[in-house]
Design a protein around this ligand. Sequence first.
Ligand SMILES: Cc1ncc(COP(=O)(O)OP(=O)(O)O)c(N)n1
Ligand SMILES: Cc1ncsc1CCOP(=O)(O)O
Length: 528
Amino acid sequence: MLTNAPDYSVYLVTGRDLLPSGADYYQVIEQAIKGGATIVQVREKKCQTWDFLEIASRTKEICHKHNVPVLINDRVDIALAIEADGVHLGQEDMPISIARKLLPKGSIIGVSCNSVEDARNAVKDGAGYVGIGPVWFTQTKSDLKPTLGPRGAGEILETLSGTQIKAVAIGGIKSSNVLRLLHGAVSTSDRPLDGVAVVGDIMAAQDPFAATLRLSECYKAFTKSPPPQFSLGSNASDLSQNIVSHAATLLKTIREVGPLVHQITNNVVMNQSANATLALGASPIMATAVQEMEDLSKVSGALLINFGTIGDKLGMLEAGKCANATRKPIVFDPVAIGATQHRRSAANELLSAWQASVIKGNPAEIGALANSAEVKTLGVDSLGSGFADPANLVRRLAKKERCIIAMTGKKDWVSDGKVAICINNGHELLSKITGSGCMVGTSVATFCAGASAVATSASTYDDERVLVRGDMLAGAIGGILAITVASELAASRQDVKGTGTFLPALIDELYNLTPEKLVDRAQIEIFG
Ligand SMILES: Cc1ncc(COP(=O)(O)OP(=O)(O)O)c(N)n1
Ligand SMILES: Cc1ncsc1CCOP(=O)(O)O
């Protein structure tokens, strides 16, 4: 048995049935280890004991030659027979306490967990590690339990906070989505995953060495130093010096670069949102077909997903995945999420498929996402006077969703999970026209595209380890300030007589907005 503490970072689970035709199983295992697999589990669901013994024993030889531990799936007898380093047990397999009695002291015992309750039991039973999954759908396993998404995996990690138990995630993990998983699956006390367990992305690869190396590099890049959050230098004293001017200069970048802002939005506001984007100096494209998402993600500066009428869920799913893969900002506006069960489950599905950079909503929408019933909803509107402690609400939700939260209303609240910022601008006429909230979403997406352009040109970001380039906190603040400051300027004009003349005046003021006007008029408070 190997004596070093196991490294779970790139955890290969075998699957002989996935091998490309002509590939040799043992060579694949060795190539994967050379590419960076740090631990191997022999998983044989269908084979006879005699064959299992042979495969396990030869796999162990290869693993131990490279100082890599080998575990056996389900079968404690096989683990004992070949003197493996441990076992991986399912919920219906031998209980941990009995396996512990049978196996030599120091054996690794891991257990599959699909729920917080499974994880609590694993802690109680003294498991060495848990395999959290399935994260995403996979064809590799037949009797698949409900998918958890990175957020569900993060909730299970919460249960393990303060314990020594290690945790890997499993199910549908590939080098193209591993960063999104590692970013999203973190407990609110910042406990990350200890590794990713993979079958198909390695076993079915034409080049298992390269496939494992890609996974290993992603994992190492993400963990080599504290990964950057979606905001830069976010402590209250830094921010109070420069956040408004930083956000305001993004307007200059938008006008210089003219980024394409891809928007999937509702048909009530589409024309108005496109005009607001143009007035700010960017270029809107309203596109919903699944087939065009990959191409669009390569050329757009940011993506807005506003699910006002949730007609285009497939396009929304695909667009977000492509935006994560190309490290573009995603602004999510979960319109009226609290109003129906259909909307809640659609939001859940979208947020499990991709990582939002900013979630923007009114108090009822943000409350629904935070599972708070403090603010009620009526259709798309928020009722009542708001939250008693908005700063903490947005801070907690930002930590949980691992992104910037922007809660708009009479006062706007923004948080990156550390600071909470209150913006006290905006004219009440904004609440009297339809789609002003959606316009804020568009403006935030446009400013996030500006932030992304700044970071890309300055190479501020090490692409390997971030899911989005640029300071999304500044993007959210700039986007909100643009609409609220423009609304004040529009409302003070002589030619504005009511809501009918206010809307075109608002577009004019967005068009004539300058960074200086934003800095001069911004009224913000920062809560550390
Ligand atoms: C690391 C890791 N996690 C989970 C599993 C799933 O185990 P499996 O035996 O395929 O299924 P259940 O017995 O849990 O239903 C695994 N193999 N490895
Ligand atoms: C064994 C197992 N347990 C949960 S999902 C899964 C299969 C993971 O396979 P893949 O990495 O190919 O999606």
